[in-house]
Design a protein around this ligand. Structure first.
Ligand code: SF4
Length: 545
């Protein structure tokens, strides 16, 4: 009998590099590097070899690959303009200094930890510190010689850089007000703590097809729609508070919203269910092409029903309970301003511009928080900072002290709504400047739009990316700006942005529309945003976002 012919397309699909289907042979250099040596082993080489012998001794496979598993990226050599980013080899872009991300899952920090973070920055990072939209602190200008000492200082206060980047379970987003918000459905922080203890640094999950981003919140305040896996607080009519499970969201150049699996997960089962999801990803995720290796492509091909069945049958070995969808909210919460906690104390959210602070600022914040009688702060997915547990009588003084540090708890809508990624100052993939542009944009909008500020009833979000990746989540902003080189009126190639309009999460979650040919030069940006906002405020219908 003649065997049936297999179409080329079917052959290709089976050859996506899925371990569970027998494709164990690495199919690209990244997979080869991870197979050659577990990336977690690079720590010993940093401590025992590279920190002593210096930058030039670092194996390129470690430098541009495995270092990420400890939150380390080489930063961009100063002075290389964005038009050359795509034309240079990696070694031509590499500076001998590093960006370093420190894990703070759920953005949770004590004042002791904040002080140590600030002091490390002052001593080893030229006083740099950015609050990222993954609730982390990111340093710049780190020397390889100083990395072991920095780790010792971080670990002495319970912080780590382990799996802050790389193809690993990265920092878990959690509600900045977990456990204290009056309207929280359930506190997700205990589940985050168990996942950290059980699985971060576990070699079983340190070689994933790509990065794996988790969000867990009893409030809808962590952009759950765009995570690889998300647990969203929901009330089950029979079983009470628990979580609704979403998988397969993500942004970058091929954005997709996560899909509900239709299950209800009680708090104490979240870690086991998380393990099942990450195991499906590890074993069935596509490893052949890196741009198809995120879990969203697997979920898009399988659909949520098949994903759920594989989880239940092959990993959990039991069925999960069906569950309801969470109530859809009208707007994402950023926790800015003064809010009462359920225990009668207050929390105060304050805004730097686009997450840019400094080590000195962090040290000062820790002092004023302690003076106000608290010891807890939170970083937010909107690059903001929240002080928890403030007695009512201390609120006004704390607000004034924060404002002196450039952290405003009653910010303009622009300061409140602007986010920016790292950009060309330090990022090797960047095409344009972002942080300084955000700063300039906020100053100009505050000056030029003062006359209509009362008409802006909700923050208008402006997210600025330095390249087509989406570290600042441009597709989810009211005005999303993707950095690229554009042609100005005189025909010059200059820094500018492709504009996306009307993105958002929550009630009408969807990605901003990229209008063909709708580009703006960096120099024209403030005037452009001003025009869009004026038109929106003049023409909006009631409750229109
Ligand atoms: Fe770098 Fe691009 Fe990410 Fe910005 S969006 S931090 S430029 S990779």
């Amino acid at each position: 009998m003649v065997p049936p012919q297999t179409s080329p397309r079917a052959k290709q699909r089976r050859g996506e590099g899925q371990w569970a289907l027998g494709y164990r042979e690495p199919l690209n250099p990244n997979e080869r590097s991870k197979k050659d040596d577990n990336p977690l082993n690079v720590r010993a080489r940093i401590e025992n070899i590279y920190a002593h012998r210096g930058f030039d001794a670092i194996d390129p496979a470690d430098l541009r690959g495995r270092f990420r598993w400890y939150g380390l990226y080489t930063q961009r050599k100063p002075g290389i303009d964005g038009g050359r980013t795509a034309t240079l080899e990696p070694e031509e872009l590499d500076d001998e200094y590093f960006m370093m991300r420190v894990r703070s899952d759920g953005g949770a920090l004590t004042t002791q930890q904040l002080t140590v973070l600030g002091e490390i920055s002052q001593t080893y990072a030229r006083d740099t510190a950015d609050i990222t939209d993954r609730q982390n602190i990111q340093y710049h200008w780190i020397r390889i010689e100083d990395v072991p000492t920095i780790w010792q200082k971080l670990e002495a206060v319970g912080l780590t850089t382990m799996e802050a980047c790389g193809d690993s379970p990265r920092v878990i987003l959690g509600s900045p007000v977990a456990g204290i918000a009056e309207d929280e459905i359930i506190n997700g922080q205990p589940a985050i703590d168990v996942i950290l203890e059980r699985y971060i640094g576990d070699p079983r999950f340190s070689n994933l097809p790509r990065k794996f981003k988790t969000a867990i919140s009893g409030l809808q305040d962590v952009a759950h729609e765009i995570h690889d896996v998300a647990f969203v607080g929901v009330n089950h009519p029979e079983h009470g508070p628990g979580f609704d499970l979403w998988v397969g969201g993500g942004l970058s150049t091929n954005p997709m919203l996560g899909k509900r699996l239709g299950v209800w997960v009680p708090l104490d089962e979240v870690p086991d269910v998380w393990e099942a999801v990450i195991s499906v990803f590890r074993d069935y995720g596509y490893r052949r092409l890196r741009h198809r290796a995120r879990i969203k492509f697997l979920v898009a091909d399988w659909g949520p029903e098949k994903f759920r069945h594989v989880m239940e049958d092959e990993y959990l070995k039991r069925k999960m309970l069906d569950g309801p969808a969470p109530e859809t909210l009208n707007q994402q919460r950023d926790h800015i301003g003064v809010h009462r906690q359920k225990d009668g104390l207050f929390y105060v959210g304050a805004a730097p511009i686009a997450g840019r602070v400094s080590g000195s600022t962090l040290v000062e914040v820790a002092k004023i928080v302690e003076r106000a009688g608290s010891s807890r702060v939170r970083l937010t997915p909107q690059q903001k900072i929240v002080v928890l547990d403030v007695p009512e009588g201390e609120v006004k003084t704390l607000q004034a002290d924060l404002a002196k540090l450039g952290l405003q708890s009653e910010p303009s809508p622009w300061r409140r709504g602007v986010m920016a990624c790292t950009g060309i100052e330090f990022c090797k993939l960047a095409i344009v400047e972002t942080k300084a542009r955000a700063n300039d944009l906020v100053s100009k909008l505050e000056a030029n739009l003062a006359d209509i500020v009362d008409g802006v009833t909700a923050p208008i979000t402006v997210h600025i990316n330095g390249c087509p990746n989406s570290c600042a989540r441009i597709q989810t902003a009211d005005i999303g700006l993707k950095g690229q080189i554009v042609t100005d009126d005189e025909g010059n190639q200059v820094e500018g942005f492709q504009v996306h309009l009307g993105g958002g999460l929550g009630l009408d979650a969807g990605f901003g529309r990229k209008l063909r040919g709708h580009k703006v030069t960096a120099a024209e940006l403030p005037e452009y945003v001003e025009r869009v906002v004026r038109n929106f405020v003049a023409q909006r219908e009631e409750d229109e976002r």
